[in-house]
Design a protein around this ligand. Structure first.
Ligand SMILES: CC(C)(COP(=O)(O)OP(=O)(O)OC[C@H]1O[C@@H](n2cnc3c(N)ncnc32)[C@H](O)[C@@H]1OP(=O)(O)O)[C@@H](O)C(=O)NCCC(=O)NCCS
Length: 152
């Protein structure tokens, strides 16, 4: 990690009770993000795979996806704005992908807004490549890039 934070960053699993915090992190930066009840309902599903990063007792980042057979659709990742550019996103996603691979997931796919270069760079760092495009996918007319990675 390139930046040191006031408290050590620890990685782990979220609880359903963390849904409101995840919704707040999402709302900071993701248009049309899930609400608290959206996160609650996702976190309760057996197909849900999620991890968080904590600074002390505070959740400062999350990643969440849905497993279907041996594939995972990565739904959302966010790092709190005060904690960005310190390696948390990279570490969180790296650990998440390692855990998925460990449980037998072979392929991870995601959609990212074409203008979201930070997220695209992050995904590329971990081996994701652009596999397609959905034109005009987002409200406002911007397109989505479809990215994927094979876990090997
Ligand atoms: C994308 C996001 C998760 C990155 O988290 P982060 O903790 O700041 O990222 P890291 O510090 O771990 O950076 C890892 C790599 O990602 C890329 N990256 C991250 N932020 C970047 C930025 N602002 N500009 C360019 N590249 C960036 C870089 O390749 C970086 O490696 P480097 O630091 O060696 O250059 C964070 O910016 C975020 O939460 N954005 C808002 C939510 C979002 O857009 N989510 C994705 C769509 S669902």
């Amino acid at each position: 990690m390139s930046t040191s934070f006031a408290k050590p960053i620890e990685f782990g699993l979220p609880r359903v009770e963390d849904a409101s915090t995840l919704a707040m992190l999402a709302a900071e930066s993701i248009t049309g993000a899930w609400s608290q009840s959206g996160f609650e309902s996702e976190l309760c599903k057996p197909s849900c795979r999620a991890q968080v990063a904590r600074s002390g007792d505070e959740i400062v980042a999350y990643v969440i996806g849905v497993r279907v057979l041996d594939e995972l659709q990565l739904m959302s990742i966010a790092v709190g704005s005060d904690f960005r550019r310190g390696g948390i996103g990279l570490n969180l996603l790296r650990r998440y992908l390692a855990a998925l691979k460990e449980e037998g997931v072979c392929k991870v796919t995601l959609e990212v807004e074409e203008k979201n270069l930070p997220a695209q760079q992050l995904y590329a760092r971990l081996g994701f490549v652009v596999q397609g495009e959905r034109r005009g996918y987002y409200a406002g007319g911007s397109s989505a890039l479809l990215m994927g990675s094979t876990l090997s």
